[in-house]
Ligand binder design. Structure first.
Ligand SMILES: [Zn+2]
Length: 136
């Protein structure tokens, strides 16, 4: 009875809302593509701290940093390609969708496209940890 009252109290206060928000953030996170904003919201951190957190996770091998190259056409905005480094973005890049839809512009230079960093959960790190637990 006391536990039920406790849980009801949590649910009715800001703590319940924080928990709900964390559940919603978790549900919306794609382990193959998430952003500093997802981490910021989950841990309720300032953006600068969340960014440092992500970069530390990359250095420790928990996250892999990648870069999404986005089509600059406003009505498109889709990710044309993902690369490991901005240096891997070709000088010119074509958006197949915009070309197929016969939009005036579908070939863009490096300077025209938006390059947005994102993170993935590192599979190598996850599998090496699993192997380590088998040894014990
Ligand atoms: Zn496009």
């Amino acid at each position: 009875m006391l536990l039920a009252k406790f849980l009801q109290t949590i649910d009715n206060t800001f703590i319940g809302r924080i928990i709900d928000d964390k559940v919603n953030v978790l549900k919306s996170i794609n382990p193959d593509r998430f952003y500093v904003e997802n981490v910021r919201r989950f841990y309720n951190l300032p953006s600068s701290v969340a960014k440092v957190f992500c970069e530390m996770a990359v250095r420790e091998g928990y996250f892999k940093k990648r870069f999404a190259v986005k089509c600059p056409n406003q009505e498109c905005g889709r990710i044309i390609v993902s690369v490991d480094s901005p240096a891997d973005v070709p000088d010119y890049i074509e958006c197949d969708i915009c070309e197929a839809l016969e939009r005036d512009e579908y070939c863009f230079s490096y300077d025209e496209v938006e390059i947005e960093p994102y993170y993935q959960i590192s599979r190598e790190r996850a599998s090496s940890r699993k192997e380590a637990s088998y040894v014990r």
